[in-house]
Design a protein around this ligand. Structure first.
Ligand SMILES: C[S@@+](CC[C@H](N)C(=O)[O-])C[C@H]1O[C@@H](n2cnc3c(N)ncnc32)[C@H](O)[C@@H]1O
Length: 238
């Protein structure tokens, strides 16, 4: 793909790679608490911060993205972390990737369902929920209309700085939209965590504000030992 066609080429080409090294906090909390393994897919994996965390926790991970530069960084990072045998990269559109039913133990989509049109996002979501195994975990994060890059209220009324990559976001989620998807009986999910919030991002370009919705869920009927994020009354080691 020519560099100009990939809006993420330059952010992933930098020495300080866009979005940093740290995995998404809710995914890291889940991986810290739950014994993990099996197959994982990271949709819109970017440069792989979540992919590497999943592989380091023992998952066999497929990182899917349109950005060949991002996927090259994923392979470099996997090698540096010693998990290259657990990581496969796939340059593909998330709308076309194969998601066989009841086959994937961890399904991640950290800010990609908002990079495709709304009808496509709903179809990918449905295929994700069908692909989850009975002991599976699903994590989705999306930009919301609270984001200052949104053309809808309240984001469009904000004076806060907008992300350098906001042009790639085409589908800002409405309040409670992702929550409604998650609790729809057809999704067959049990929600562990749902939050709508703002966040400052200083990992790429000029510091900017985001509006986000995040969802962490498992298959209904699955009760892993999850103590929340943050866990209530954590023990303090003396
Ligand atoms: C905001 S970045 C997030 C990257 C990564 N998930 C993270 O949080 O570090 C969005 C990513 O989605 C990818 N993307 C956008 N549309 C896509 C599509 N239709 N299929 C696959 N990847 C896509 C972009 O190339 C980019 O790497």
């Amino acid at each position: 793909m020519p560099q100009t066609a990939d809006p993420f080429f330059e952010p992933y080409d930098r020495k300080d790679i866009a979005y940093g090294d740290a995995p998404t906090a809710a995914i890291a909390a889940f991986l810290d608490q739950i014994e993990c393994g099996g197959t994982a897919i990271d949709l819109g994996a970017g440069a792989g911060r979540d992919t590497i965390a999943l592989a380091s926790a023992g998952f066999q991970v497929t990182a899917v993205d349109l950005s060949s530069r991002g996927l090259k960084r994923v392979r470099e990072r996997a090698e540096a972390a010693g998990v290259e045998k657990l990581v496969t990269t796939k340059e593909a559109d998330v709308r076309e990737v194969d998601l066989p039913q009841n086959s994937i133990d961890a399904l991640i989509a950290t800010t990609v369902l908002d990079h495709i049109p709304a009808a496509d996002a709903k179809r990918v979501w449905q295929r994700m929920t069908e692909a989850l195994t009975d002991t599976g975990m699903l994590f989705v994060e999306v930009h919301t209309t609270e984001d200052p890059g949104s053309d809808q209220k309240p984001g469009c009324d904000s004076d806060a700085p907008i992300s350098e990559t906001a042009g790639a976001v085409v589908n800002y989620f409405r309040p409670n939209q992702l929550a409604r998807w998650a609790v729809d009986p057809s999704s067959r999910l049990r929600v562990l965590r749902y939050e709508e919030r703002q966040e400052w991002d200083c990992t790429h370009g000029p510091e900017h504000l985001h509006g986000k919705a995040i969802l962490l869920a498992v298959r209904e009927g699955f009760y892993p030992p999850w103590f929340g994020q943050p866990a209530a009354f954590p023990r303090v080691d003396s």
